[in-house]
Design a protein around this ligand. Structure first.
Ligand SMILES: [Zn+2]
Length: 625
């Protein structure tokens, strides 16, 4: 098929620019380019209803339109195709029939009549209430609002987007505005890759907070359910300002032109954490800037998503780097993409002062204990939790301890911490994982580019930093079934993982947020506040006694269910030799189970080991302020 001269020239210019600037440098696989106009009407966002219309140049004959399926950062075919409704394809005011592909639910076939060179595609995006919008704010994810001609690389599709806001609402996005008139915004044309990587937040109560004065722009764009929620305490603001100093210092260079934290504060808008090159979507509770527990959680989220600008967006596993939103992604290196980021997501807020050293240790203790007590680790190697990301991410809650879920995050954290401690101790403190990050993620400052890597590249760069059998180190921890979690980062870092009756602050926060109680390290279950067992560890006393997820506790030792009664009964096992007696409901049947347990309440903590140097405290010291 011949291309028109105009399109050919545009492609040549576009390719030359790509080569010159190396911007958005995923290779251009397709032979075509296309320029799409997209008009998004968000005036009904508070009804969880967005309208979109697209103008797409076409040629007569068969055409397949594709709705983005594999969403970067989600590592899975999670494009919300069920939320696309009201699809209409037309040309010159006449409807063009469409037919969904029999196998590929995200593809729509139509026949373009002769003489037609442009079509209009319109549809609505209806999201589940409480996922992307509230009465006062919304997250605008462009991938939910478009289709494009199938088979064209997302770098070769150019999109000029416009956005109509509800009256009085404001917006934040990494996209540059070309025109702005009251509630109507028009953005400069960008590639489809860049567009999908540059979502917007919009809201009635909105605030922009500069995190740097002069130089590269770093900004927090906050939409909240109330004006009061936008308030930031001076000390918290200093922490955010430190964060945008600490991360660039950690990596040695930046790979963005500007960076925006797109923060949404709502108890109804759904939690969110999605990384982009030049922004991140950070969705948390309405009081996240004032409630101490939620603020700690926010520090973790911001540190994590920001670190992704380097680890995940700039350096990306080759298997996760795809030319469009149709090619499947492979998740086998997610223990780097997410695991290393999870580690940095705890180191960075501590270096920035958003977390105290004790917050860091409580969090590490909670992660280490959870991984070390996964019964699923006896059948499932870590890599399989990553390879199977398409199913592990949405893994059901029941028997989770036996399944193993997305452990590539948390066990990934432990193995990267162990690597950090190993480099520090072998080099007598002269080197650290920071040196690896400088080599792997640093280099020269640049606009957004993607540099892919493989397992071998990780091993080679680690060896450049410090010669060691890194291949075997990683192979053992990633690919092999291991009955114990990799705790070397803790034990060689000068600390011990211990259990005692004092609650762990991160576990306690999770209990409050998710309305359950976590007895994983004593009797071995997690129970909802209404007495329903969410998960049971098969190898712990409750599991051995026959309790199972879904059963509902009616009474403990003859006393009616309450979580306090359960706490008291478990605490009393230290002095009371009799087994715990649970009366539970299993559907419409009731049964009594005797749980043989003597250890009292148990929660994980890190305890200093004075026989070894305290490397963990070295890791979390401020470096850039
Ligand atoms: Zn992540």
């Amino acid at each position: 098929m011949l291309e028109t001269k105009k399109r050919y020239e545009r492609k040549v210019i576009f390719l030359s620019l790509l080569l010159l600037l190396q911007t958005w440098s995923i290779a251009v696989f397709a032979q075509n380019t296309v320029s799409i106009k997209m008009n998004v009407d968000a005036t009904e966002a508070s009804r969880s209803l967005l309208h979109t219309s697209l103008t797409i140049p076409v040629k007569p004959g068969p055409l397949t339109l594709f709705y983005p399926k594999w969403i970067p950062g989600e590592h899975s075919p999670t494009g919300p195709i069920n939320d696309m409704v009201g699809l209409r394809v037309s040309a010159r005011g006449k409807q063009i029939p469409w037919r969904r592909d029999d196998i590929e639910m995200f593809a729509f076939h139509c026949d373009i009549p002769s003489g037609v060179n442009v079509i209009e595609v319109a549809f609505d995006d209806v999201s589940q209430p409480g996922t992307t919008s509230t009465a006062q704010l919304a997250r605008i994810k462009w991938n939910r609002l478009l289709v494009y001609p199938r088979g064209i690389s997302s770098d070769a599709v150019r999109v000029q987007a416009s956005l109509k806001l509800p009256a009085g609402w404001k917006y934040g996005t990494a996209l540059s505005a070309a025109r702005e008139m009251k509630n109507d915004l028009e953005f400069k044309e960008v590639s489809l890759t860049e567009l999908v990587d540059s979502p917007a937040v919009i809201g009635a109560h909105f605030r922009k907070v500069a995190l740097t004065s002069g130089g590269t722009l770093h900004e927090m764009d906050i939409a909240a359910d109330s004006p009061a929620a936008l308030e930031i305490k001076p000390q918290t603001l200093v922490g955010f300002q430190n964060l945008v100093k600490e991360a660039p210092a950690l990596f040695g260079a930046r790979h963005y032109r500007s960076y925006r934290f797109l923060l949404t504060l709502s108890d109804y808008g759904g939690s969110e954490g999605l990384e982009h090159h030049e922004s991140s979507e950070d969705g948390v509770g309405e009081k996240a800037l004032s409630d101490p527990g939620q603020l700690l959680d926010l520090g973790d989220l911001l540190g994590h998503e920001y670190a992704h600008s380097w680890n995940g967006k700039y350096r990306r596993p080759a298997d996760l780097t795809t030319p469009d939103f149709e090619q499947p992604m492979k998740g086998d290196l997610l223990w780097v993409y997410e695991g290393l980021t999870e580690y940095l997501g705890k180191v960075l807020p501590t270096r920035s002062g958003l977390w105290t050293p004790e917050n860091f240790r409580q969090s590490i203790a909670a992660v280490a204990a959870e991984m070390d007590n996964q019964s699923g680790r006896k059948w499932r190697p870590l890599v399989d939790t990553a390879t199977a990301v398409q199913i592990t991410y949405s893994s059901p809650r029941a028997w989770m301890n036996y399944r193993r879920r997305v452990d590539y995050y948390f066990e990934g954290l432990l193995l990267w911490m162990e690597a950090d401690v190993l480099i520090r101790s072998h080099s007598q403190g002269k080197l650290s994982l920071d040196d690896f990050l400088h080599k792997f993620h640093g280099g020269q400052d640049s606009p957004p580019i993607v540099r892919t890597y493989t397992f071998d590249d990780i091993v080679a760069t680690l060896n450049e930093v410090m010669p060691y059998d890194w291949r075997e180190f990683l192979n053992e921890r990633v690919n092999m079934v291991a009955p114990r979690a990799p705790l070397g980062g803790i034990t060689n870092g000068g600390w011990k993982l211990v259990y005692n009756e004092t609650s762990n602050e991160e576990i306690k926060f999770n209990e409050q947020q998710k309305k359950f109680r976590d007895f994983t390290y004593s009797v071995g279950f997690i129970v909802k506040d209404d007495g329903t067992l969410l998960d049971v560890s098969p190898e712990k006393p409750a599991g051995k006694a026959g309790l199972a997820p879904g059963m509902k506790v009616i009474s403990i030792n003859g006393r009616g269910w309450s979580s306090d009664a359960l706490h008291d009964a478990i605490a009393a096992t230290k002095t009371n030799a009799a087994p715990l007696e649970f009366l539970v409901e299993n559907g419409s049947f009731q049964q009594t189970y005797k749980v043989d347990y003597r250890g009292g309440e148990r929660y994980p903590h890190l305890e200093r080991d004075p026989t070894k140097p305290d490397l963990l405290s070295e890791i979390i010291k401020p470096h850039a302020h």
